[in-house]
Structure formats: structure tokens, C-alpha cells
Design a protein around this ligand. Sequence first.
Ligand code: DNO
Ligand code: MN
Length: 355
Amino acid sequence: MRMTFRWYGEGNDTVTLRQIRQIPGVEGIVWMLHDVPAGEVWPMDKIRHYKKLADEYGFHIEVVESVNVHEDIKMGLPSRDRYIENYIQTIKNLAEVGVKVICYNFMPVFDWMRTDLFKEMEDGATALFFEKAKIDNMDPQELIRKIAEIPDFTMPGWEPERLKKAGPTIEAYQSITEEDLFRNLEYFLKAVVPVAEQYDIKMAIHPDDPPWSVFGLPRIITNRDNIRRVLDMVDSPSNGITLCSGSLGANPANDIPAMIREFAGRIPFAHIRNVRVYPNGDFIETSHRSSDGSVDIAEVVRAYHETGFTGYARPDHGRHIWDEQCRPGYGLYDRALGIMYLWGAWDALERVKKG
Ligand code: DNO
Ligand code: MN
């Protein structure tokens, strides 16, 4: 297990590389160019700049999260070929600085979704929270109308301006089915995976978060069967997954350790975090400890250990503790605690194996 830590970049993250260096066992940062819009080629000078920053602290930049996929690719529009060409050029550019894994997702319009970014917990910490009924009960047309008519209408994690632009896209997706989305993903994979193979890069699709449809938008990276289907579309080690225990874990029907065992060899990147799922389907992001949430993280680590996992891992998100002011989910303290929990479990398993 090769531990990494997501870093949002200079002036864009409350956590510094100097601080990250003091977390035991972190060897690389997980990064992206936040100012390049989806669909554009990542320019070499900006990529090199990141490499230089990381080099100064001895970190590698082998994992990128995310190179975002343009909506036209997900929608299967004729213009997709141009964006796929750009994606391929970005893969080639990233290979030049030694990138090995590209995490991406195929969620229409929204990436992760929550209803509260700072929900207070019993111990006074705050964390990302999802109230299921609030989202389920909102009709897509009502959402589209609200976005269009209410000037400062927003959702947690969304600036009103960005949301305004998303309105018509949400509308356009209403006629796109899950089957369409599978087909469009297959088209994309058939184009990019051969290039990734050639450049020694593994594509790693991130599950949908939450792993079910929201606002009438199709979502497909949600469970074991669908992931199997995606892996079989292009049977190559360069067509892999980012196994996110927190995203998939929001649906208690998903058996995460079983998925790790089944998909071993096709998981270049592990996101390891916990969520507590309530009987009504709401969920909150908890500490990594097994007993704090619904995902048995110790068992997750055991599954990775047992299957000889040599890929990259990150603690994904954390709670906001000790009064830290940070990006939602991306503070220093709780993610560092999470890493130590993961190492503790891992080292104990290593010890047992050695006898
Ligand atoms: C949630 C996060 C995601 C992830 C993107 C990758 O679990 O890991 O927001 O960064 O979906 O494209
Ligand atoms: Mn994740």
C-alpha cells in the first residue's frame, strides 16, 4: 500500500506540503490542475510546475485526481471526439512527468453530493452529511426551475454561478438512460485505454457518490455488477477502478471487502474512509475507525493486505476536528488520524504474516 494525500495546490489548500510531509508514510500527493476546464488539454508548463513543487518536498505526483471528463463525452454528443482527443493528449502529457494513475468519474453534472458540509456530530466535530429525503423528494423539474428563477439559489459545495450554468445540462440529461451512459463510457474507454496502456498509465474510475441516481440523472458506478460490467468492457489492467469505500459504502448492500477481493488486480487506487449509514438512508462521514461507521475499515484493510495490494491509497475525506478551518472533508488532522489507523491495521497484519 503506497500512501498518498490529496493536495489542492498553492493558495488553494489550507494544508501545506510541509505539513503533509510530517504525516508518517505519505510518499506522494494526489493532485489536479484546478484551473483547466474539463475537455481542455492540460498544458505541459503547468504540469511541470506541479512536479517542481512536489519535488521540493520529496513527493511524487504519480496519481492525478481528477482529469474530468467533458459532459459531451458522457452525453455521447458528436462533439465528444474532439474532447476525447484532448483527453488523450492530456494522458500523454501526464506520462511525461511519470504519472501512473488517472482517477476520474463518469457522474453526470454533479460529483459528490451532500446536503450539509458541516453537520455537527455528538462530539462537536463536524462532517459531510447527506439527508436522503431532501434529495429524493426534489423533483428534477423543480430543481431546474429553482436554478433558473432564484438568483442566488445554491447547493452545498456549489457557487450559484456554476449551478446556473448546470441547469440546462441537467435538463438535457433527463432523456439519457443508464444504458446510454454505459454505452458512452464504453466509447470513451475504447478510445483512451489503449493509449493509457501504451503510456503505462492506469485509468481508475471513481464510484458515484452517493451510489444511486439523484435528480433524475443516470448513475452507473454504483455496485458490484455494474463495476464488473465496466471492467469487462475493456479487459485491460489500464481499465481499473478507484475503489472508494465511503462512496460505495453509502449503500449498505455493497460489500466492500468482497469487492476488493473480487476486483484485486484492477484497483490501482484505493480511497479508504468510513460512513455511518442510518436506517432512513441518511449518511455522515465518520472517523476511519470500524466501530465509528458502517464500513468495517479494519476488514477493508485486511482484504487489501490479503490480496497483496501494491497500489496507491489515500484516506479520502476526514471530519473537521480541533477547530480546524479547512475545505469541507479535506482538513489535515482527521485525514492524518485516518492514515495512522490504516497503517496500524496494515502493520499489524504484516506482523501476523511474518509470524
Ligand atoms: C469522494 C471523492 C470524489 C472524487 C472524484 C474523482 O469520495 O473521492 O469527489 O475526488 O469523484 O473524480
Ligand atoms: Mn472517494
